[in-house]
Design a binder for this molecule. Structure first.
Ligand SMILES: Cc1cc2nc3c(=O)[nH]c(=O)nc-3n(C[C@H](O)[C@H](O)[C@H](O)COP(=O)(O)OP(=O)(O)OC[C@H]3O[C@@H](n4cnc5c(N)ncnc54)[C@H](O)[C@@H]3O)c2cc1C
Length: 279
């Protein structure tokens, strides 16, 4: 490797975010199901709620920095009456859950979201980047911190294999093994943003999830949906990304079967999906 050549980019996405704290009930019980990730998909913007251990939720509103013809933006949703109108129009069911929602919106900071890509992640055997410094991603897979922990695990495994003092060998191997996975989780996170803010409200997407859920339940050894590969397995992000693309191609054909809405639970549909998987 030639030292001194460092490629770097930071890409701000159009959406910024703002956090809103959802309180628990007075007795500490949660106001929404704490076992679920709650999403208010609005196509061009969205709000989500993640359970905390104290019965409350961390809500996050993701919205364009600047309004477009399709979407309001943080630049236009300003001032008490405009903010109240916005939440009443788009998130009416959230208002009773968070009595001070408007006040929080006006008070809490608006933050931006950036994707950092760079290479190489190591400078010979002297220095290596780990975590967000190497691969800051947008937070729609909830994997940013986890990806950093995976960097640590891989580095630790390499040190165990090659010897604790052998940095000249270990750091290039670490960088070569993790960089494709950093790129993959960045791409996966961008893809999941579109799923969360738009597709979860789409009937074809919901049907696909039902078919995939059934396949996973009946053939866990053969069909692990992309989300489960990323969140609940040790499969590398880059492998999950490629397998996810293969699933996309298979499901496109499955969803094109005549009458799929009625027969999605049939042997025929299952056979088609598994047949395509075996090719
Ligand atoms: C809205 C949002 C939601 C998220 N949700 C999730 C989630 O659900 N699950 C998940 O896994 N991840 C999530 N993440 C991502 C996660 O927060 C980050 O991936 C993680 O914090 C990165 O950790 P890090 O240690 O690599 O970097 P950082 O947390 O950025 O830590 C770097 C530290 O270095 C310090 N520093 C910087 N420069 C210097 C300097 N020159 N000298 C000394 N110190 C310095 C900084 O102050 C900072 O404390 C989310 C991120 C966001 C923005």
């Amino acid at each position: 490797m030639m030292l001194g050549r460092f490629t770097y980019s930071q890409e701000y996405i159009e959406h910024d975010y703002k956090e809103i704290a959802f309180p628990s009930n007075a007795d500490g019980t949660p106001r929404m199901d704490p076992q679920c990730l709650h999403i208010w998909p609005r196509r061009w913007f969205m709000m989500m709620g993640l359970a905390n251990q104290d019965g409350g939720f961390t809500g996050t509103l993701f919205m364009p920095h600047a309004a477009t013809k399709d979407s309001p933006g943080f630049d236009t949703v300003q001032g008490e009456s405009e903010v109240r109108k916005f939440f009443t129009q788009h998130f009416a069911d959230a208002l009773p859950l968070v009595p001070d929602l408007v006040e929080q919106y006006l008070r809490n900071p608006q933050s931006n979201l950036v994707i950092v890509r760079c290479a190489p992640w190591n400078h010979g055997g002297k220095v290596a980047l780990i975590g967000d410094a190497a691969h800051a991603i947008i937070p729609f897979y909830g994997e940013g911190m986890n990806a950093g922990f995976e960097d640590c695990r891989v580095l630790n495994d390499l040190l165990n294999t090659h010897g604790d003092a052998n940095w000249d060998e270990v750091l290039p191997l670490y960088a070569a093994s993790r960089k494709p996975n950093g790129d993959a989780i960045a791409a996966l996170s961008q893809r999941n943003f579109i799923e969360m803010r738009d597709l979860v409200a789409d009937p074809t997407f919901i049907l696909r999830k039902k078919i995939e859920g059934r396949l996973q339940q009946r053939h866990p050894d053969k069909w692990l949906p992309l989300y489960s590969q990323v969140k609940f397995s040790d499969i590398a992000y880059s492998e999950a990304w490629n397998e996810g693309l293969r699933h996309d191609r298979i499901m496109e054909q499955v969803l094109a079967m005549p009458g799929i809405e009625e027969k999605w639970e049939s042997e025929e549909v299952e056979g088609m999906a598994l047949g395509l998987l075996a090719i």
